[in-house]
Design a protein around this ligand. Structure first.
Ligand code: HEM
Length: 180
């Protein structure tokens, strides 16, 4: 597929929505597990909000990948050495993989939890659990969900720092994702 002249408005909006929602979902994840069990309502609502944001992230990333597949993306800056362009492509691929894997692992761990708390997107849309409760599976999926979420945020921070470095060096990478 030939390179596009720039990111489309939809591609840019999706990028920044996902960039805002991931740290919010991560912070809410840490907060909700620390909340006391009594009163139950704030803990329950925090879990539902966390799961809802996570489901939204999954949907937005799937939409981004569809747009990228159908429309393509602008070429990497030809002034960069080939190894840097390859490394950027690899980081972007791993980021997409983690952005899909973390919500899926969260969903599967919620479905495996012995407590069997329902998953309701914004308290409106029930999401059926495809797996039954299983404590051993829950503990494994929960650990994977946590560690891959931390890996995702670490990689996203590295990605943001590289974008800022390119920006400081006068390359239009960040401007391109902001204004097209
Ligand atoms: C970008 C998306 C997501 C991120 C970054 C994320 C991140 C996190 C983090 C940091 C925790 C705290 C882990 C701990 O301290 O043990 C957590 C817990 C949890 N997440 Fe997510 N999450 C995401 C999406 C989801 C989704 C889509 C669901 C379910 C539909 C989900 C379900 C859960 C559950 C059930 C727990 C708590 C497990 C427990 O009770 O200990 N997450 N998540």
């Amino acid at each position: 597929m030939s390179a596009t002249p720039g990111w489309s408005r939809a591609q840019r909006r999706l990028h920044w929505w996902v960039a805002a929602l991931v740290p919010l979902t991560l912070g809410l994840g840490f907060l909700m597990v620390e909340l006391p069990w009594r009163p139950l309502a704030p803990k329950f609502l925090a879990y539902q909000l966390h799961k809802s944001f996570g489901v939204v992230v999954f949907g937005l990333v799937a939409w981004r990948l569809l747009l990228r597949w159908r429309r393509g993306r602008p070429a990497e800056d030809a002034a960069l050495p080939a190894w840097q362009r390859r490394a950027a492509g690899l980081v972007h691929g791993v980021l997409y993989g983690l952005l899909l894997a973390v919500p899926v692992l969260g969903y599967l761990s919620a479905a495996s939890a012995p407590a069997q708390v329902p998953t309701m997107v914004f308290m409106l849309l029930p999401v059926p659990h495809v797996l039954g409760p299983d404590e051993a599976r829950f503990l494994l999926l929960r650990a994977l969900h946590l560690w891959l979420a931390l890996g995702l945020v670490a990689l996203a921070l590295g990605h943001a720092l590289m974008a800022l470095r390119h920006h400081a060096a006068g390359r239009p990478v960040l401007r391109g994702m902001w204004r097209g």
